[in-house]
Design a protein around this ligand. Structure first.
Ligand code: 6GU
Length: 250
C-alpha cells in the first residue's frame, strides 16, 4: 500500500516512523510520504489560508495549493494505465465526515493508494473536495463527535488502524481476530501472572484448562462489557450475528 499525507505541519506525522508502522515502512510493506502543503504555494509568504466568503470567524484553506499538491500526488501515483485497479482514495479528516470505524479500517486496508488531506483552521475550500472527485474517490472522515485543531492527529489514528491490518504488519495475525470491534463486540478482559495479586484473583475458569468453558466465559464477558459500556454496539449486533454458542453464553 502507498499512503501520501499532505499537511502544513509535516512534523506532526513523525510518530509514523516509530513502532509497528515505522517497521512496516522499513520492511517495504507500506510506502508512506508526507508532503508540506506550503511547498505547493507560489507567493512569497507561502499563504495557505484566507478569510471566509460570507463572513464569520476563522480562516479557510485556499484552493490553489491543495490542487497543486493533490495533482502532483495523483500524477506520481499508479494510474489505471499503470495497472492500478481504481482511483486512489482521498480521505479528508473532518469532524463533519463519515464516522471512521474498524469496518472502514478493513475496507481501506484493501486499497492500493490512500491520500490524506489534513485541513487546519475552519477547513478547506469546498470546491477542492468537489474538484478532487475527478482524480480520487473522496471520503470525508471523522474520528468521533468532538473537534480537533486539524486532521493530523486523526491521520495518526487512521493510518495506525489501517496499517496494522496490512498483511505482515502484525506478527501474529490471530491477535487481529479476538480484539475489540473485530466481531462487533468489545474484547473480553485479560489477565496474566501472578494468579493472585493484592488480594485479587484471576477468574478461576481461566485456570481450569477447560477450553470450551473458557471460550463461553469470554463470550459472556464480551456481551456484558458491550452492554455496560457501548449499548449502541449491542443494538447493531442483530440477531443474525448471534451463533448458537452466543445464545448459550448469553
Ligand atoms: Cl478527522 N478532524 C478534526 N479536525 N476534528 C475531528 C476529527 C477529524 N474527528 C473528530 N474530530
Amino acid at each position: 500500500m502507498r499512503i501520501d499525507v499532505v499537511s502544513i505541519f509535516p512534523e506532526y506525522l513523525a510518530p509514523l516512523e516509530l513502532s509497528l508502522i515505522g517497521k512496516a515502512r522499513q520492511d517495504g510493506l507500506l510506502e508512506l510520504n508526507v508532503h508540506d502543503l506550503r511547498t505547493f504555494t507560489t507567493d512569497k509568504h507561502r499563504t495557505v489560508d484566507d478569510t471566509p466568503y460570507g463572513g464569520g470567524a476563522g480562516m479557510v484553506m485556499k484552493p490553489e495549493p491543495w490542487a497543486q499538491a493533490l495533482e502532483s500526488i495523483a500524477k506520481s501515483g499508479m494510474t489505471p494505465e499503470d495497472g492500478a485497479a481504481k482511483k486512489p482514495v482521498l480521505i479528508v479528516p473532518s469532524p463533519a465526515g463519515e464516522r471512521f470505524n474498524q469496518a472502514l479500517a478493513y475496507e481501506l486496508a484493501d486499497e492500493e493508494q490512500l491520500v490524506f488531506a489534513c485541513g487546519r483552521y475552519e477547513g478547506i475550500d469546498e470546491r477542492v473536495i468537489e474538484w478532487a472527485a475527478g482524480h480520487f474517490t473522496v471520503r470525508p472522515m471523522s474520528l468521533g463527535d468532538y473537534v480537533l485543531n486539524g486532521g493530523e492527529v486523526a491521520v495518526l489514528a487512521m493510518v495506525e488502524a489501517i496499517g496494522r491490518l496490512l498483511p505482515g504488519v502484525v506478527g501474529n495475525p490471530e491477535s487481529l481476530v479476538e480484539e475489540s470491534h473485530s466481531d462487533g463486540l468489545l474484547e473480553y478482559p485479560v489477565y496474566t501472572k501472578p494468579s493472585s495479586w493484592r488480594d485479587r484473583e484471576v477468574p478461576a475458569i481461566l485456570l481450569s484448562g477447560n477450553h470450551g468453558k473458557i471460550a463461553q466465559w469470554r463470550r459472556h464477558e464480551q456481551f456484558r462489557r458491550t452492554a455496560a459500556r457501548r449499548p449502541d454496539l449491542l443494538a447493531e449486533f442483530d440477531a443474525g450475528g448471534l451463533t448458537r454458542a452466543d445464545k448459550a453464553a448469553f
